[in-house]
Design a protein around this ligand. Structure first.
Ligand code: PMP
Length: 421
């Protein structure tokens, strides 16, 4: 491994990062498992890209069948992209979201959404939460504060505190979040900056996984619309059934976005992402801009995405995510009676956050323990990571197909890792 790390650093340069104290060399994926060259199997509970499980046969087959026939772009008529648009738009019948545009990455999707918002509103101001991640392009990295010191935020960007219920001390979180967004809008205006959009990851996954209370986004979404900006839901992480309730995370809040951005699990590993938008949001942009993205919407990626939608339905993965996700949360909550460090266990569907604290009374983050637990679990064959401002929230987002038995294994290994065994 050491020689490979050295070779990698020499070839790829210093901007890449590996996970874990003892980095992994992985050569095969199979369902919820990642497999190293010696055949050791790791339970992957940190993968919302291979959301149906690694190398799901339905997706592999769809890719192979299509790539043998035609792999080309959106400048020709083809059924796959139209069928994909119809299928995705059918998931939001209660909204005015009537168009699909495709990209290759979630960053591009947010970048495009921001461009559309600027054209639609004539503004540039963006409001995001304080530990959000929305992508790597120049425009989008300027409103991705979780990148930390590596990127400067734009002068047109305003941060609002993420809605952290565990730290809210009985406050009305919905009211507080709305007030914070209103204050950000007012501050933008005071500086002569017209608001273009409020962009939120509807599960606040970089901010620490913050689903509760359902409905808290409503006031903030109304506030940005009142100010002439667009409400953009970033569904790159919560989308495609992960919440175990609906197809999209925003649906638990009863809000209707102007734009919804999609990515990660959309092709179960095939690079396909995109956005759903209203006719109103797109009208002006479409008049003045030509959109072409060489690889986005290619026939092979669209075939993969169609297979993903079929499989979510056929295997009942939304319901499954709800059931097994609850087992995970309940099991970890039980551990809290024996492990003082567990301050909070939260989440929805197959997304679980475990906040580790050095003192339950003050809720002070325990970053060191979190890092130790992540590495110990890796050594024991369970792969996860951490998020949030204090880097003290274990981020558990397994493929949706995780079984009840495998959930039990996660709980057991977490118990051991917290004990220091
Ligand atoms: N938005 C969110 C919420 C994300 O988590 C990510 C990726 N972690 C992105 C956007 C960017 O997606 P990509 O890496 O595909 O560009």
């Amino acid at each position: 491994t050491a020689a490979m790390i050295e070779r990698r650093d020499a070839l790829l340069g210093p901007a890449y990062r590996l996970m874990y104290e003892h980095p992994l060399h992985i050569v095969r994926g199979e369902g919820v498992w990642l497999i190293d060259p010696d055949g050791r199997r790791y339970l992957d509970i940190y993968n919302n890209v291979a959301s149906l499980g690694h190398c799901h046969p339905a997706v592999t087959e769809a890719i192979c069948n299509q790539v043998k026939v035609l792999a080309t772009n959106t400048r020709y008529l083809h059924d796959t992209i139209l069928e994909l648009a119809e299928r995705l738009l059918a998931t939001v019948p209660e909204t005015d979201l009537t168009h699909l545009m495709l990209t290759c990455t979630g960053s591009e999707a947010n970048d495009l959404a921001y461009r559309i918002a600027q054209v639609r509103t004539g503004g540039t101001g963006v409001i995001v939460t304080d530990t959000a991640y929305h992508g790597f392009t120049d425009a989008v990295s300027k409103f991705s504060p979780s990148l930390g010191v590596t990127v400067d935020l734009g002068v047109h960007v305003r941060l609002v505190p993420a809605p952290r219920l565990y730290h809210a001390e009985g406050a009305d979180l919905s009211e507080r979040f709305t007030r914070d967004v209103e204050a950000a809008i007012a501050d933008l205006k005071r500086h002569g900056i017209k608001p273009a959009a409020l962009i939120v990851d509807s599960l606040f996954t970089s901010d620490g996984i913050l689903p509760e209370p359902a409905g808290f986004l409503k006031g903030a979404a109304e506030a940005i619309k009142r100010a002439g900006g667009l409400f953009i839901a970033d569904e790159v992480q919560p989308g495609f059934g992960r919440t175990g309730e609906h197809m999209w995370g925003f649906q638990r809040h009863g809000v209707i976005p102007d734009i919804v951005t999609l990515g990660k699990p959309m092709g179960n590993g095939q690079p396909i992402a995109g956005l759903l938008a209203t006719a109103d949001a797109l009208a002006e942009f479409g008049k003045n801009s030509r959109y072409f993205n060489t690889f986005a919407g290619n026939t092979v990626s669209c075939a993969a995405a169609l297979a993903v939608l079929d499989t979510i339905e056929k295997e009942g993965l939304v319901q499954h995510a709800a059931r097994v996700g609850k087992l995970l949360r309940d099991g970890i909550s039980e551990l809290a009676s024996r492990h003082e460090a567990i301050g909070d266990v939260r989440g929805v569907g197959m997304f679980v956050g475990v906040e580790l604290v050095s003192d339950r009374a003050t809720r002070a983050p325990d970053r060191e323990l979190t890092t130790r637990v992540v590495n110990r679990m890796r050594d024991k064959g369970v792969l996860l990571s951490a998020c949030a401002m204090g880097h003290n929230v274990l981020k558990i987002r397994p493929p949706l197909v995780l079984s009840a038995e495998q959930a039990g294994m996660v709980i057991e290994v977490l118990d051991e890792a917290l004990t220091g065994r």
